[in-house]
Write a protein that binds this ligand. Sequence first.
Ligand SMILES: *Cc1c(COP(=O)(O)O)cnc(C)c1O
Length: 459
Amino acid sequence: MAPLDLTGEELRAALATAADYVAGFVDRLPYAPVLDDHGMAELLDDQELRRPPPESGRPLNELLQLVDRAASKGHNTSSPGMIAYSPGGGIVSAGIADLVADVLNRYTGQAAPSPALVAMELDVLGWMRDLFSFPASTAGILTTGGSMATLSAVITARAAMLPANFLDGTLYVTSQTHHATAKAAKLAGFPDTAMRMVPVDSELRMDPFALQNAIRADRAAGKVPFFVTASAGTTNTGTIDPLPALADVASANGLWLHVDAAYGGFFHLTSRGRQRLDGIERADSLALDPHKSMFLPFGTGCLLVREGSSLASAHSVGTGHYLADLRGASLPDFADYGPELTREFRGLRMWLPLHLHGVGAFRAALDEKLDLAEYVYKSLSSMPSLSVLQVPDLSVLVFKCRSAAETKALLDRVNASGRVALSSTRIHGELVARMCVLSFRTGKSRVDEALELIREQVS
Ligand SMILES: *Cc1c(COP(=O)(O)O)cnc(C)c1O
């Protein structure tokens, strides 16, 4: 046996050690601090933690203790109290899938070496295609996140809509659009001046008339409007842009409609979500983040493209001779759908939880988040010294005290509790507190704790 290999018996023992560690971590989650930065400088200087790899190895349990020490500080994004940023929580069954996929170590960059595994990943993509009522022509790919999905969307639209010299192309976003679109445009070679900021209405939604006007003005100035990002749940406030009206403007003007559903997309599994996300099915491309509203561990995004051939023609360059033997499966090659060639069996971390827990478990969890968001909205609205800025479209709430200093103090004190973490953002330049109820682990009792902490501070 090679020195790097483990016998079956050794592997079972190692997995038992690892299982003890991760199960213990999960058991302690309800009591573990959500935020803890005390002693971070010392931790970063910890000589045992930071030492170079030894010539001969060390026992697994010692190494896992080091990992645990490193993970003990900072943001505990797995905690039920994590209601800051966009926390999915990380369902553990996806971790089991990762372990299995990594041990099998099959190559899925092209379909021929593992057709049936690639087919399983295509079935996960097909499930999403059907969920969002996309047509049979759709192609999709699991990426590592929403930013990578957005990059491929911009590149696909650029290739499909613009001439080889694309520098006159213009892209339309709002002040509320996630910066993933601006970053994608930058990486795709567009100058900063290609980005257009379309005004929002009083509820922070992209104004379709303003979009129409901006397109018209750009055309008159010799520009080539080609891409608009509509948000299906903004990061700041969870607000859904008027998707049907934006789809009308996009199609009347021949623009590519990209819908950024990285945060909000999977609320479509619920009946409330489906109603509110009406129009999402008209997107030319759709970015999703299973590591947010499907609760997967970080590292899974998704892009669906309505006209699948455009995804392939933007990303495919034909095959190198060294890969010729791997061509020829009747299934598509993921390498033609994104920048990556070699990739892991990424689909299993979504396939396994979907089949293990069933779709209903995800629907119920997302319905619970919508219920909790409504409950938080009512509760915060009843606190006289707070103002809640919007009725939540999904599960993000933004609220403020009478002054920015008080809002800041509220955030500091709540976050110092170690029980819940809130984050802040700026709306119209003003500091606001932000709560995002999204983790599958966040239930009513932890939300009540958050409300109690807020109430104590503002009363
Ligand atoms: C998180 C997010 C992104 C970026 O996705 P990553 O997975 O972090 O790369 C883009 N858009 C929205 C609305 C998001 O919430």
